[in-house]
Design a protein around this ligand. Structure first.
Ligand code: GAR
Length: 197
């Protein structure tokens, strides 16, 4: 599989750690970042995983950028794509091409609070719990059939930072577990829904 990142790479690290288990059904063969200064590139290098930078600014359209990512994925013979803090919206073409084979993690209980400033959105809405969602990628941002979710409480006095940190702990457990299900064929995208075997 490949992991697509734009930043820190803590979810990438959790996937690298999970894939070390002898029975883990996927291996990370490539990391792609759209940002050349993403800290996650060092995470990949430390783990000896090939990493490529494909700056979105070099392309005239969303689809042209996505076609360059697709070419890198095909070069590395990738079967499954995990987006982990990859902050670009995909073209319809990419979503269709990788339908059922591309996953994303988002730090809210979708369909609540897609987009950015997610934790502040949750605090402003006054919800008593938030969490994270792993979903199949579709053309719309932060939506698509849910594979797995984990919830955490929103506590009095929480700031966006404290809530983010509580959710991140769950992200690091949820993403490897959800990817395992997909890699083992135990969950599939069928007719726009995540179907469990
Ligand atoms: C994570 O919290 C991830 O859920 C979020 O970005 C962070 C990346 O952290 N993704 C999104 O908001 C996607 N819409 P990381 O680089 O340390 O994994």
């Amino acid at each position: 599989m490949a992991v697509l990142i734009s930043g820190r790479g803590s979810n990438l690290q959790s996937l690298i750690d999970a894939a070390k288990a002898p029975d883990y059904p996927a291996q990370i063969a490539l990391v792609v970042s759209n940002k050349e200064n993403a800290a996650g590139l060092d995470v990949a290098r430390r783990a000896g995983i090939p990493a490529r930078v494909i700056p979105h600014g070099n392309f005239e359209s969303r689809e042209a950028f996505d076609r360059a990512i697709d070419a890198a994925l095909r070069d590395a013979r990738i079967d499954l794509v995990a987006e982990a803090g990859f902050m670009r919206i995909h073209s319809d073409w990419f979503a269709k091409t990788w339908e059922g084979k591309a996953l994303n993690i988002h730090p809210s209980l979708l369909p609540l609070f897609p987009g950015i400033r997610v934790h502040q959105q949750a605090l402003d809405a006054g919800v008593t719990e938030s969490g994270c969602t792993v979903h199949f990628i579709v053309a719309e941002l932060d939506s698509g059939p849910t594979i797995a979710q984990a919830a955490v409480p929103v506590l009095p006095g929480d700031t966006a930072e404290t809530l983010a940190a509580r959710i991140l702990v769950e992200e690091h457990k949820l993403y490897p577990a959800a990817l395992k299900l997909v890699a083992e064929g135990k969950v599939k995208l069928e007719n726009g829904r995540a179907v469990f075997a």
